[in-house]
Every structure is written in structure tokens, then in C-alpha cells.
Write a protein that binds this ligand. Structure first.
Ligand code: WT7
Length: 569
């Protein structure tokens, strides 16, 4: 299976590769000025595309609005000035805590233009998830909506450094301490702005991502990341001047910023955004209505579409689609074959992470797809799998090892916020370790096997067991807990919690439901356990560490492995 590429072949591009290709096309250098906010709006206007639609936005009820690149430019200037007038300084963290409304996208560019660090957080986060990330980043301001401000109010007393709570749709609603109303449409449109003179290494975006141990870590990106994001969007998503591009991801997660804002707009691409949850018919109708040509989606969504069958797809004119990509979880071979049947096009898998900032392994357009494989490294990315015993690449194709990348591409994160040890632990032997396992076949294609840690990937979203277990422990009935992944036909994995109870508490369906809701409200629907098993004790090492590996293996029907260091097995 393959589709026709509109640029030179993978092999040709690899042979002549240099990131300077992207620098030249973007007009940037490593030592000069780069501002993502400016590059995604002002520069596109300077290229003569001021009146081209940049954002075609629609909400769940079908209300829509279109913004041109000139609108993006002026409105992001307006937000930049508004934030600076509040007294916010370059380098301060400014959180975006909103649904996918236009202010989120424009605000992102505005923050970058005034030199702030944009910290997007998923609007479904509950108070605890929000607090952990705002406290860690010592965030100075948060842009949010009326419907979410209640969650901020509940935690603001514990956030003395959060000086401003900016409500973008306050209307006449009464505001409380530290809150201000920012009605973008009513502010004078700022046509001219001295954009903050950021350079390649100036911090740009701070995304929180989960690991096995400790609370989520802030992955710190810099303005130079645009070099990778621009070129991967152009070559892998195959963006062309007339494309109508749709990325399903929420900017609370890295796909939604790297490829839902920066990549496409740096290319001057028109993108459509649907601020609404999943519905097969709604999604097909959206593609049909806007004549979407390039679609970046995720395996969980594709599995939901598959469940509804190809017949529903036939009810809509989906012939505008030209190129399909997927990210976030392993893309099963069946999904690739199904999409060929349903849309006449295969989904192209793309593998990457919050930390990599850009696609690193992919089914490149025009390259034959082996369904079930992630494809090959993007030109300019050196990727391999390491023997876990030696941390050296295997000398032959075949064995399963740790996915490793040679550091140095433009969009690699530069640090974890305030956590140098965590960052250093990601490198071994000169390689950056992704925390995933894969094998490489004799043709150089990567085959994903699984994560190499206890992180749970639910519908393409990573959730850390530590954060869930910490929330569980706050429930009065819970003595100890372990959160592990359990298989799920749609989300690939969901959270399952094993819980021991304090004396006087009895496990049962009512308590299970109560604890589930407790976690959902504190963290998010993603982190909520779908099942809680009450157990008399948890498997532990002799030193008292809970061994999630054993619980997980049982859920997956896999061998439990070496148990010689355990206490009571
Ligand atoms: C982890 C990164 C990068 C955007 C979304 C997630 C898993 C990602 C694939 C894929 C198999 C994948 C990995 C990775 N993952 N893409 N194509 N096939 N697994 O970013 O939240 O940082 O998650 O998602 O486990 O390490 P993230």
C-alpha cells in the first residue's frame, strides 16, 4: 500500500538531508531571531497569504467562524499586548486552560509573541491535575473559560504565584479576586507589535507529560522547535498550499500544538477545528462540509469509526481526503486495511512523543506501507533499538529492544522543568531513550512492541500510575493502591486500580463507584479507573515497593516474569 508523494522520495530526501533545508525555507538561522508566534502569522502574511483562511472553527452546535492569517496576526498581537499590560514578563508561564475555542489558538501565539512560555493544559483536568502542574511550573497567569474557572477558584489559594486568571468569555458574569475579563473581540485590534526578540533557545512551550515515577514532568520546548515541526508537517503530513487540514488533537497534548498549531501554520496551511467530542457521523459530516484533504487522527478514533462500519462512511462525500496520518498508540494492521476500504486511503502511522516535539519514525508518503509497522526514521533522525543489557544498538535486525534516538534534532525538549535528574535519566550511552520497545525488520521498518515502563496509554493519552495512586490514597477508605493498564478494545488500555482498604471499610460496587468518581473529579476522565479490584494485599518487593508489573501481566494474560525478589510470592 502506498500513496503518491508530492515531494522527492524518502531515499532521496534521506541522502541529501540537512535541517538547514527547513531553516532556509523558514528564513531562520540557529543564531538569529525566531518567534513561533510571529512565524505562524506575520510571516505568512508577508508571504502574501494575509487573506487566506488560517482557522476555520466550528463548535458542537455547528456555530462557526473563520479567521484569516491576518486575523491571526493582529489578534495574537492584541493578546500579547493585553498580557504584557497585565504586567506579565517574558519567561513567565502562562497557562491555556480552555476547550478548543479560537482564543486558545490565538492565545497560544499571543503568549509566544510577548515572550511568555505557553503552558497548555487539557480542559477536562480536575483540580488536582491542574494544581500539580500549575504549582510545579509556578505559573503566573491562566487563560480560561467560564465553564472551567470554578476549578481554578478551588485551588487558587494554594497558588500564591498565580497572579491573573483571565476569563475569555466572562460576559457580565461576576468575577472574583485575581480574575479579569478579556473579550478579544472588544479589544482594539493591535496592528503593530514589537514581537519579543526570542532566539532559537528561548523557551516556548511547556507540556506536562506522565512517567512512571513522581508527578508529571514539564517538557520544555524552545522556539527553534519550529524547524522540525515545519518540515515534518510539510513532508509527513504532506501539506500543500490548497490543503484543508484537520488535526483531531486537543492542544492540551503535544500533537495539538506541534501539529494542531505550529506545523500547519508555519506552512501557511488552512486548518479546520471541531470543538466537539467524538461522533462518527458528526466527524464525517465535518470532513464532507469543509472538504478536508489531510487528516491527522489517532487509533482510538479509527477503532470507533471501524466499529460503525464502512456503510456510514458511504453516506458522506469523503472524496476530498487525500492523505491520512495517525499518532499516539500502535496503529493496528486491521485499521490500516480498513481505512483503505472505507476511504480508499491507508492511515500512515507516525511515532513520536511530547519530548521529541516532532514526528521521528513514520510511514513516509510514497513509501510502501507495511500495515502494523510504524515505518522508518524521518530523514535527519537517527533512530535505533538498543539491547537493554548493553545499551548498544543490535548488530542485526529482528530483536526487540529499546527505541533510542541520537539527540540533536531541533525540537527535542531542552529539559524537564526544574527536574534535571529526571531529564538526565532519559539518556544512556549517548542515546535518548523513548521508554518504548520495538524491533527493526531487515528493510529498516520499526515494529512497536510496547512501553518499557508502567505508564498507561489510554486512547493515545499517557497517564502516570503515580498520579492516580496519589489521588486514590486521598480517599478515606484506601490504604494502598496500584494503578496498571488493562486491555481495552477501543482505548487500547484503560486504568485498572488494585486497592487495599483501611480497617472498617468493605469493598463493593458502591465503594468502587465512589472511588472512581473521586479520581475523575480530582484528575480527569482519562485517569479514572474503569475497574477497581479490592484485594487483601499487593505484591511487593522485599524492600516494600509495590510491583505493578505482576498485576499488569495478569490483566494481559502474560507471564509474570522473575518474582524471586518479591515478598510473598
Ligand atoms: C508515547 C508518547 C506524540 C504524540 C502523542 C503522544 C506512544 C505515540 C505511537 C505510535 C505506538 C505510540 C508511545 C510514546 N505512541 N505514537 N505511532 N505507535 N505508540 O505523546 O503523550 O508524549 O506519548 O505514546 O508510547 O512513547 P505522548
Amino acid at each position: 500500500m502506498s500513496t503518491v508523494a508530492t515531494h522527492p522520495s524518502y531515499d532521496e530526501l534521506c541522502a541529501n538531508f540537512d535541517w538547514a533545508i527547513a531553516e532556509r525555507e523558514l528564513g531562520v538561522t540557529r543564531s538569529g531571531r525566531i518567534n513561533i508566534g510571529w512565524h505562524c502569522s506575520d510571516r505568512i502574511c508577508e508571504l502574501g497569504l494575509a487573506s487566506k483562511p488560517a482557522l476555520i472553527w466550528e463548535n458542537f452546535s455547528g456555530t462557526g467562524r473563520t479567521y484569516t492569517f491576518d486575523d491571526l496576526r493582529a489578534l495574537s498581537n492584541t493578546i500579547a499586548v493585553y498580557l504584557a499590560d497585565l504586567g506579565l514578563q517574558p519567561g513567565e508561564r502562562i497557562c491555556l486552560f480552555m476547550d478548543r475555542v479560537p482564543d486558545l489558538y490565538i492565545g497560544f501565539l499571543g503568549i509566544l509573541k510577548m515572550g511568555g512560555i505557553a503552558q497548555p493544559l487539557f480542559s477536562a483536568f480536575g483540580g488536582d491535575s491542574l494544581w500539580t502542574r500549575l504549582a510545579d511550573a509556578r505559573t503566573s497567569a491562566i487563560l480560561t473559560q467560564r465553564k472551567h474557572v470554578g476549578k481554578v477558584r478551588k485551588i487558587r489559594e494554594k497558588l500564591p504565584e498565580l497572579r491573573h486568571i483571565v476569563v475569555v468569555d466572562a460576559g457580565e458574569a461576576p468575577l472574583q479576586e485575581r480574575e479579569v475579563a478579556m473579550a478579544l473581540d472588544e479589544l482594539p485590534r493591535v496592528e503593530r507589535l514589537d514581537v519579543y526578540p526570542s532566539t532559537s533557545e528561548t523557551p516556548s512551550v511547556l507540556h506536562y507529560t506522565s512517567g512512571t515515577t513522581g508527578q508529571p514532568k514539564g517538557a520544555q520546548h524552545v522556539h527553534y522547535s519550529i524547524v522540525s515541526q515545519y518540515l515534518t508537517a510539510k513532508w509527513v503530513l504532506d501539506l500543500q498550499p490548497d490543503d484543508i487540514y484537520w488535526c483531531n488533537a486537543d492542544p492540551g497534548w503535544v500533537t495539538g500544538t506541534s501539529y494542531g498549531i505550529i506545523g500547519p501554520w508555519a506552512n501557511g496551511t488552512t486548518q479546520v477545528v471541531l470543538d466537539s467530542g467524538f461522533s462518527t457521523e458528526r466527524w464525517y459530516a465535518f470532513i464532507d462540509k469543509h472538504r478536508v484533504t489531510v487528516w491527522y487522527s489517532a487509533p482510538t478514533a479509527i477503532r470507533l469509526l471501524m466499529r460503525d462500519g464502512t456503510k456510514v462512511a458511504r453516506k458522506y462525500a469523503l472524496t476530498s481526503l487525500r492523505h491520512l496520518c495517525s499518532v499516539g498508540e500502535p496503529l493496528n494492521a486491521e485499521a490500516v486495511i480498513w481505512s483503505q476500504e472505507a476511504f480508499g486511503l491507508p492511515f500512515h502511522d507516525t511515532f513520536w512523543q511530547t519530548e521529541t516535539g516532532c514526528i521521528v519514525v513514520t510511514n513516509f508518503p510514497g513509501m510502501p506501507i507495511k500495515p502494523g509497522s510504524m515505518g522508518k526514521p524521518f530523514p535527519g533522525i537517527t533512530a535505533t533499538v538498543l539491547n537493554p543489557k548493553t545499551n548498544e544498538p543490535y548488530d542485526r535486525p529482528g530483536p526487540v529492544g529499546l527505541i533510542a534516538l541520537r539527540p540533536g534534532w531541533p525540537s527535542m525538549i531542552r529539559s524537564y522543568w526544574n527536574n534535571p535528574t529526571g531529564y538526565a535519566s532519559k539518556f544512556k550511552n549517548g542515546w535518548y531513550l523513548c521508554g518504548d520497545r520495538a524491533s527493526i525488520d531487515p528493510d529498516g521498518y520499526f515494529w512497536f512492541v510496547g512501553r518499557d515502563d508502567d505508564v498507561i496509554n489510554t486512547g493515545g493519552h499517557l497517564v502516570g500510575p503515580f498520579e492516580i495512586e496519589s489521588a486514590l490514597l486521598e480517599h478515606p477508605a484506601v490504604a494502598e493502591s496500584a494503578a496498571v493498564a488493562k486491555p481495552d478494545p477501543v482505548n487500547m488500555e484503560v486504568v485498572k486500580a488494585f486497592v487495599t482498604l483501611k480497617p472498617g471499610f468493605e469493598g463493593g460496587p458502591d465503594l468502587e463507584l465512589e472511588i472512581m468518581n473521586f479520581v475523575r473529579n480530582k484528575l480527569s476522565p482519562l485517569a479514572m479507573p474503569q475497574e477497581i479490584e479490592f484485594v487483601p494485599s499487593l505484591p511487593k518487593t522485599r524492600s516494600g515497593k509495590i510491583v505493578r508489573r505482576i498485576l499488569r501481566a495478569k490483566e494481559w494474560g502474560e507471564p509474570v516474569g522473575d518474582t524471586s525478589t518479591l515478598m510473598d510470592e
